[in-house]
Design a protein around this ligand. Structure first.
Ligand SMILES: [Zn+2]
Ligand SMILES: [Zn+2]
Length: 306
């Protein structure tokens, strides 16, 4: 009888333990709104350029003090997201991140097929995100990529065309892990065109809402997909250097960005004021998809979880 009771107790604690570590999430999509300043997104009290995200925040968690604490450029920002390390890296795509990325750890530990991991990017130069300089990881466990015009890893594809590819990949492969880059806020900002810059933010806001609905209407990914939305960097504060036209230093305009998480394992309508940063995304996703990422220096954003 005593033995039987022990057995029941052990079984109970096992169920409890497995309940603590297993999540509903089976797919994760990271969406990067390239180069939008916080003051044009959630820092704007009217949220006039992000009406859709402003509505979606009620279904998820929003970080209002989210930072890029590394170099505030596109390639460095994206590499921080995927490797969990802040690092200097050339911004033209000719240099690989030093450390292995989320896709590589995920494929290796879980035996996930390459076709279930994707980078779909408006910017061709982000092709470099798939690989790592580290000799043990170089050219291994790399995700599928479709970057830039016709997926040829050069120049820039418009966000609407890029979104068509995103939908194609979702329907055909139901990726377990995917990074999507939308560039128009950044590209139009560099042109010095204010209307173009905020128009780019508005269009990406619209596309993210479309993407969320698309996933919720997909029979495989519905209710099992977490979407994490952020920026790779902001832009200079007004009055600093060329203001919104450029970015790349450590002013608060360049560093302060936002993070929003939507999905079955995250709280709803939660606002987090505690500081967090780009490198924390990798640790959080590794936790959610239950694999180890020892080279990530980020922390798991436990405040997001139910
Ligand atoms: Zn830029
Ligand atoms: Zn700046």
């Amino acid at each position: 009888m005593k033995k039987f009771i022990y057995l029941i107790l052990i079984l109970c604690s096992f169920v409890q333990l497995s309940g603590q570590t297993s999540f509903k999430t089976e797919h994760v999509i990271i969406v990067v709104m390239d180069g939008a300043r916080y003051q044009e997104t959630f820092g704007d009290s009217l949220r006039r350029y992000i009406p859709y995200l402003n509505r979606l925040k009620h279904q998820g968690v929003l970080y209002t003090n989210f930072q890029n604490n590394g170099p505030t450029f596109t390639n460095a920002g994206h590499a921080s997201i995927l490797t969990g390390n802040y690092q200097c890296i050339k911004n033209n795509g000719s240099q690989l991140p030093k450390k292995p990325n989320l896709f590589q750890y995920y494929q290796r530990e879980k035996g996930i097929d390459k076709t279930k991991t994707w980078i779909v990017s408006s910017k061709g130069k982000l092709e470099m995100l798939a690989n790592a300089k580290d000799r043990k990881w170089w050219n291994r466990y790399m995700p599928m990529t479709y970057c830039g015009v016709k997926g040829q890893s050069v120049v820039y594809e418009g966000d609407n065309q890029n979104y068509e590819k995103v939908k194609e990949v979702i329907s055909a492969f139901h990726p377990r892990l995917m990074l999507v880059n939308f560039l128009e806020a950044d590209a139009r900002g560099h042109n010095g065109n204010w209307e173009g810059y905020v128009g780019g933010i508005k269009n990406i806001d619209f596309l993210i809402n479309e993407l969320w609905n698309y996933v919720q209407n997909d029979p495989v990914m519905k209710d099992k997909t977490t979407v994490i939305i952020t920026n790779d960097h902001g832009r200079h504060n007004d009055g600093r250097r060329s203001g919104f036209k450029e970015h790349g230093d450590h002013c608060s305009g360049c560093k302060h960005i936002f993070l929003m998480g939507l999905g079955p394992d995250f709280k709803s309508g939660e606002i987090v004021e505690k500081e967090a940063g780009l490198i924390d995304i990798s640790a959080t996703i590794a936790h959610l998809l239950e694999f180890q990422m020892p080279t990530s220096k980020g922390r798991v954003l436990t405040e997001m979880f139910k």
